[in-house]
Design a protein around this ligand. Structure first.
Ligand code: NCD
Length: 317
């Protein structure tokens, strides 16, 4: 099958489980599709290319943006959604149904399944059980590929390029799945990465090695002040409370980094601040009016990217 671009339609029927599955050419194609979705929404609000198609959105962990943006994306494409969101406690999951059984049931109704689940590898397990595409919306501290795609799209959209950029990721680099996916995606470009975290929340070694093996210049520090005057992108993250067994330790770590207007005075005029959100104190609200605060624009891009992915896996552009 060929897409509108004449290229073979590589995205049709695909699961989206990890960013490892994409090469640079495919990423460029996803961003082109995303641009088209953005134009459609801006000009007409939406389209009906996914009319009579159904998405099952199964969220075993809390979500606001990811679930809402997948629902909005599906509806703006003319499709509809079975939301099993926040309400998993009211579904058969709470009766002890296995993930493969839940997935095999939902695919009887739906053409595509979006899954968020607390266990690393759960999306792959679901994809093995499913005959329809499964999109990973976060598997524990593993990956969050659609978030990383929207993050990358945002960087490219805001700064006009990816190659040559200096990017710092700050906060919970150990448990933050968005950081894991974004680090892997950025390793496909010519960028410099700084990882800023307390010792205990450092980026896992395998990810650090992946970035180094890809030829990137990487550095680690625990101080934002070390990097803020140099970076093009400051990517803030929340300390992932739900991954801690020792809540006292979480309490000690949660306020470690706070971006304030004072700190922003040291940053470059043409840089951006990003955050996958929710924030719980990492960026002072007073920073929101700074034109460099890109996190709400980032949210909107999430809907466009997810429109491109849903349409793509279902064979539409
Ligand atoms: C992130 C997640 O769920 O991993 N949120 C999101 O999807 N935008 C980040 C977080 O919860 O801290």
């Amino acid at each position: 099958m060929s897409g509108a671009s004449g290229k073979p339609d590589w995205l049709v029927g695909q699961d989206i489980l990890t960013v490892k599955q994409f090469d640079a050419e495919q990423l460029a194609d996803i961003f082109e599709r995303t641009d088209r979705m953005r134009d459609i929404v801006r000009q007409r609000g939406g389209t009906d290319i996914l009319a009579r198609r159904v998405l099952a959105a199964l969220f075993y962990e809390p979500s606001t943006r990811t679930s809402a943006s997948f629902i909005a994306a599906m509806e703006r494409l003319g499709g509809s959604v079975i939301p099993i969101t926040q309400g998993v406690q009211f579904s058969s999951v709470s009766k002890g149904e296995s993930l493969p059984d839940t997935i095999r049931t939902l695919e009887q109704y739906a053409d595509v399944i979006v899954l968020r689940h607390p266990l690393v590898g759960s999306a792959s397990e679901a994809a093995e059980a499913a005959s329809v595409p499964v999109l990973n919306a976060g598997d524990g501290a593993g990956e969050h590929p659609t978030q990383a795609l929207l993050d990358l799209y945002t960087i490219r959209d805001e700064l006009g390029r990816l190659d040559g950029l200096k990017i710092a990721m700050v906060g919970d680099l150990r448990f933050g799945r968005t950081v894991h996916s974004l680090t892997r995606l950025l390793s496909k470009y010519d960028v410099e990465l700084s990882f800023v975290s307390p010792e205990i929340l450092r980026l896992p070694l395998d990810l650090m090695n992946e970035a180094r093996d890809a030829g990137l210049k990487v550095r680690e520090t625990y101080s934002v002040a070390d990097v803020i005057d140099q970076v093009d992108v400051l990517y803030m993250t929340r300390v992932q409370k739900e991954r801690f067994t020792d809540l006292e330790q979480y309490e000690e770590l949660k306020g470690f980094y706070v971006i304030t207007p004072e700190l922003m005075r040291q940053a470059r005029r043409d840089m951006i601040v990003m955050h996958p959100l929710p924030r719980v104190g990492e960026i002072a609200p007073e920073v929101d009016d700074d034109p460099r605060a890109a996190y709400f624009r980032q949210v909107k891009n999430g809907m466009y990217v997810r429109m491109a992915l849903l349409a793509g896996v279902l064979g539409k552009e």
